[in-house]
Design a protein around this ligand. Structure first.
Ligand code: PHE
Length: 458
């Protein structure tokens, strides 16, 4: 029975550690690297507003649903779905949803690790003082030269994967829990320092606020909405089992809705703060926010760190922040498949080595697609890196999320779900959540998909 089931991987020592771990998963390159450049490329405030709607109407309810499956199943996503569908008298084929997540995790981590490697490389550059007095052209060139060098990219990608392997191989308590309790406070302190500095020192704060919060909806295209929704899933780590597997290690008596509220709130806050920290800088430097693309934080920020007072220290802090955020997210991308393989027998160390090794290989293809394999297109107009990012973030995560909402909303018995959530099934809060999970979230995902296919004129 569900109640007697324990996690063979161990548990977080408290609900707070779960919140730290899940926030660590959510807050990552998605917030500090991807969100700012997507806002830039998609015209600012209209994108921000659609993104916030997706977070609230789709992300939050699905986060609660995903944790629910994990905590009832107490296993890797594949085996949790197997266990819960058995508890609830449903088809065992729901475990395929777990496989979809594992596949998405492979694809995402392969490009995530490449960018995580960039962040580590930039920590070194900041320590070496490479940004001191750097011109805009030189900053662009530093990035281009680095990304254009297969050897450099692969070295730092490898280092990033080795760090993740070390943490995951050590297990839930000694690896993951220790890493997040050490790194998350550091992350918050650095973030607050940087935002405080940005508000106090930058002249273009107003302009940045206007860019992020005064919408021009005429700039919105069908693809924009899909991008915003994909980003909502990506930034909350939803739809691939990362949050599910962390939920599997959550002690029984901790409140799922309350934890989910904290995680979503902190993730959204961090993304908005990152925007408010980065756009003033971009405007003050006379640059266009849409120009930078994936290089945005790697090119624009060094220019500023090279100019301003305390820039040397701030540069180090920022890239340490970026690296820490990337590591605590990368962990959660590696954990679902590792947990599954461990459950099939053999040691966790062996499982982590196999999974990390396979993802490392796929990551090599991503890294090389930025230079020597640049002309090879996996999808029309997209190199390997872009194609993996598009397929996993904009298709697989929303699809996984949709199926999670359907499973919890329609396949699990209402009283099982209410019990797992610690709510009475008649309470308003529960009824509201159930309604959104059953109708609003699935409808939103389906409409956005259809819209992106161009089925609504436009
Ligand atoms: N949420 C992470 C970020 O914003 C990325 C991620 C996606 C992590 C999916 C786990 C699962 O960077």
């Amino acid at each position: 029975m569900a109640d007697a089931r324990g996690s063979i991987h161990g548990e977080w020592s408290s609900g707070l550690v779960f919140i730290l771990a899940a926030t660590g998963s959510a807050v990552g390159l998605g917030n500090l690297w991807r969100f700012p450049y997507l806002v830039g490329e998609n015209g600012g405030a209209a994108f921000v507003i659609i993104y916030l709607l997706c977070i609230l109407l789709v992300g939050l309810p699905i986060m609660i649903a995903e944790i629910t499956i994990g905590r009832q199943g107490r296993r890797s996503p594949i085996n949790s779905l197997l266990a819960v569908s058995r508890d609830e008298g449903r088809s065992r084929y729901w475990s395929l949803l777990g496989w979809l997540g594992v596949a998405a995790g492979f694809l995402i981590l392969s490009f995530y690790s490449v960018v995580g490697g960039w962040a580590l490389f930039y920590v070194l550059q900041s320590l070496l003082g490479s940004f001191q007095g750097i011109t805009a052209d030189a900053a662009g060139e530093l990035f281009e030269t680095f990304v254009g060098s297969p050897v450099d990219v692969l070295i730092w990608h490898t280092l990033f994967m080795v760090i993740l392997f070390g943490i995951i191989a050590a297990g839930v308590r000694k690896g993951l829990q220790r890493a997040v309790t050490l790194l998350m406070p550091l992350l918050f302190v650095i973030l607050l320092l940087l935002v405080g500095y940005g508000m106090a020192a930058s002249g273009a704060f107003q302009e940045a606020v206007a860019f992020m919060f005064q919408p021009d909806f005429s700039a919105v295209e069908p693809g924009t909405v899909l991008t915003a929704m994909g980003q909502a899933f990506f930034t909350l780590s939803l739809g691939m089992g990362a949050i599910m597997v962390y939920g599997a290690y959550l002690p029984r008596n901790e409140s799922i809705p309350r934890s989910a509220g904290w995680i979503v709130g902190m993730d959204t806050g961090t993304a908005l703060l990152a925007g408010l920290a980065i756009f003033p800088i971009v405007f003050a430097a006379g640059m266009e926010p849409g120009e930078g693309g994936p290089g945005l934080v790697f090119v624009t920020l060094p220019i500023v760190f090279g100019e301003i007072s305390f820039g040397f220290a701030l540069g180090i802090l920022f890239f340490v922040l970026l690296s820490v955020a990337a590591v605590t997210s990368g962990m959660s991308l590696l954990e679902p498949a590792t947990a599954y393989l461990t459950e099939q027998g053999g040691s966790r160390i062996r499982a982590a080595a196999i999974i990390a090794g396979l993802i490392w290989l796929l990551g090599i293809a991503c890294g090389l697609s930025l230079n020597v394999w640049g002309d090879f297109h996996l999808l029309p107009g997209m190199n390997v890196f872009d194609a993996l990012e598009f397929v996993s973030n904009d298709i697989m995560l929303p699809l996984g999320g949709l199926l999670i909402a359907i499973f919890v909303g329609w396949q699990m018995r209402v009283h099982s779900v209410a019990r797992e959530l610690g709510l009475s099934d008649e309470s308003t809060g529960f009824q509201l959540w159930l309604f959104v999970t059953r109708f609003v979230a699935p409808a939103a995902v389906i409409l956005v998909f259809l819209n992106a296919l161009g089925l609504f004129g436009g």
